[in-house]
Design a protein around this ligand. Structure first.
Ligand code: ATP
Ligand code: MG
Length: 566
């Protein structure tokens, strides 16, 4: 695929904001908000919304609130609030002192509901949920009015108060807006504003047994906070009429404008919170921060730099139509940033012992390797070299094909930053027949990479000194799903069948160069020739290093996809 190199300079939302500024629509104010519900961790789709809302506020000298949209007690909790705060901050955004909770507005929202009843614009309906659904009609048929629609205002007011006091069980009554059961927009057919839910809320405890619906709480929260542009995803397009109706009927001072944009869909990735909850709940991943998860916590642990995610969100731009973005673009952004930032080091994932027969017994040399080939400012480190090394198992073949430019009996390769070595005798495990050790001869004249006779070799391989290398566990991560569309087709809800069985490979006996001693959790490196790796922030410790592979150096999926097309 081709990647857009430059972010789009503007988009339809910024065009609206600029027009509003030009006409002084909100006295020149721009106020946005990011309103996650704390019932899960943030994922890369949320990042698009975070970057949009905070980005617009920053660009036009406005403000962006972080609002926890916590109006439904089921599934919400403080763990999620904490994770959201941490993740938005990690992405690089700041809300100053504008952290809000929709649950702080419960009293106000209740008063607004009472006002609607008094104005004859809302009524307590005692139909069951099933009946309400049946009465609603379809896209082609108008709905039927509830027999409770004509309930006198006084009766609704009194009932609503008793409902709030806890006199009725879940489902006994709801509060509905009185709009139009024949509206072509199904959302406007007397939508439910409040329902009974006898559940404790993680912040308000047992104070409430009724909770406002999203459509009622959201527009009013926006208005209370003085939001000017309320940006949401396309599935709320039909709800905009209700958003406006509620604010108009209540004659609030501040009426924000709802604008919809396309939600992010990513190939090979699930972004439905419900399904992510299921992955975690069923133990199909190790948790919300499993490095294979599309959550920001997972991506951070995997080693994605926040700048790469911001860059990705800019490059995909803002569409008005739903589409699917290739996950390869995200990986491309990660590689691009890590290529610039990550120090180069050597690590051997699957070690094979190499003994250099002509290397002076007991000698150790210190070689110098720059941390970055293009950025001398990053400095360099010393790499110990000795007569016993480890190389990658796949860099040796006893019986190599013609074009195998690595080590083999009688074939010479360059050891990165060190010497030429030539393959010799192979030692095998007598039981398994497995190659366990290679004997080699080195050319002492070739130190630093080139012998005086100018003799060339085709391959350069990485290595570590056996006596000096640090043991490490390396976790190779790959895409969690092997299907480009793990949500499946409509009606096919079992996404677990698309899980990639090879999404995690654990290598318990890798070796890394000694400069990595004390590498702090979360620090990122390029292991030469292998990919980008990050010190695991949960399981790694000074004595037992654990590295996560963030991404390979090249996109190996592109090749697989091309093959499958043939
Ligand atoms: P669910 O998956 O349960 O519907 P949600 O993903 O919409 O929930 P919220 O916490 O309500 O979760 O989302 C907070 C904000 O992030 C909303 O404004 C929402 O529109 C936006 N958002 C969520 N998913 C995406 C996505 N895939 N792309 C862009 N924005 C998103
Ligand atoms: Mg939502």
């Amino acid at each position: 695929m081709t990647y857009p190199e430059e972010p789009p300079s503007s988009d339809f939302i910024r065009t609206i904001v600029e027009e509003d500024l030009r006409t002084n629509k909100n006295e020149g104010r721009v106020a946005t908000r990011f309103p996650p519900e704390p019932n899960g961790y943030l994922h890369i789709g949320h990042a698009k919304s975070v970057c949009l809302n905070f980005g617009i506020a920053a660009q036009y000298g406005g403000t962006c609130n972080l609002r926890l949209d916590d109006t439904d007690p089921s599934g919400e909790g403080a763990e999620f609030v904490e994770s959201i705060i941490k993740d938005v901050r990690w992405l690089g955004f700041d809300w100053g002192n504008r952290l809000f909770y929709a649950s702080d507005y419960f009293d106000q929202l209740y008063q607004y509901a009472v006002q609607l009843i008094k104005d004859g614009k809302a009524y307590v309906c005692s139909l069951s949920a099933d009946e309400i659904r049946k009465f609603r009609g379809t896209f082609t048929e108008p709905g039927k009015e509830s027999p409770y629609r004509t309930r006198p205002v006084e009766e609704s007011l009194e009932l609503f108060e008793r409902i709030r006091a806890g006199e009725f069980a879940d489902g006994a009554h709801v509060l509905r807006a009185k709009i139009d059961m024949a509206s072509p927009n199904v959302v406007m057919r007397d939508p439910v504003l409040y329902r009974i839910k006898k559940a404790a809320h993680y912040r308000t405890g047992d104070k409430w047994c009724i909770y406002p619906m999203y459509d009622f709480a959201h527009c009013l929260s926006d208005s209370i906070e003085g939001i000017t542009h309320s940006l949401c995803t396309l599935e709320f397009e039909n709800n905009r009429a209700l958003y406006d109706w509620i604010l108009d009927e209540l004659k609030v001072d501040r009426h924000p404008q709802q604008i919809e944009f396309a939600r992010l869909n990513l190939s090979y990735t699930l972004l439905s919170k419900r399904k992510l909850v299921e992955l975690v709940g069923r133990g199909l991943v190790s948790g919300w921060d499993d490095p294979r998860m599309p959550t920001l916590a997972g991506m951070r642990r995997r080693g994605f730099p926040p700048g790469a995610i911001r860059n990705f969100c800019e490059r995909i731009g803002m569409a008005k139509r739903d589409n699917v973005v290739d996950v390869a673009l995200l990986e491309h952004c990660v590689r691009e940033e890590l290529n610039q930032q990550a120090p180069r080091v050597m690590g051997v994932l699957r070690p094979l012992r190499v003994v250099i027969d002509n290397y002076p017994e007991g000698q150790v040399e210190e070689l110098e390797g720059p941390y970055h080939p293009q950025d001398p400012g990053m400095g360099s480190r010393r790499i110990p070299f000795s007569g016993v090394l480890y190389i990658e198992q796949e860099d040796f073949r006893e019986d190599p094909p013609q074009k195998f430019f690595r080590l083999a009996p009688g074939r010479e390769v360059r050891l990165r930053y060190a010497y030429y070595i030539k393959g010799g005798r192979v030692v095998k495990d007598p039981q398994t027949g497995e190659t366990v050790e290679i004997h080699c001869i080195y050319d002492p004249e070739s130190r630093g990479g080139l012998p005086p006779d100018g003799r060339k070799v085709q391959g350069t391989i990485h290595w570590v000194s056996a006596a000096h290398a640090l043991p490490a566990e390396v976790r190779l991560y790959d895409r969690l799903f092997r299907s480009a569309n793990p949500s499946g087709e409509k009606g096919d809800s079992d996404f677990t069948k698309y899980l990639n069985p090879g999404s995690l490979t654990t290598l318990p006996s890798s070796r890394v160069e000694p400069s990595l001693a004390g590498a702090p959790p979360g620090s990122r490196y390029q292991f030469e020739r292998l990919g980008y790796f990050c010190v695991d922030s949960v399981n790694s410790s000074a004595g037992a290093l654990v590295f996560n592979r963030t991404v390979t150096l090249r996109d190996s999926w592109a090749k697989i996809a091309a093959k499958e097309k043939k």
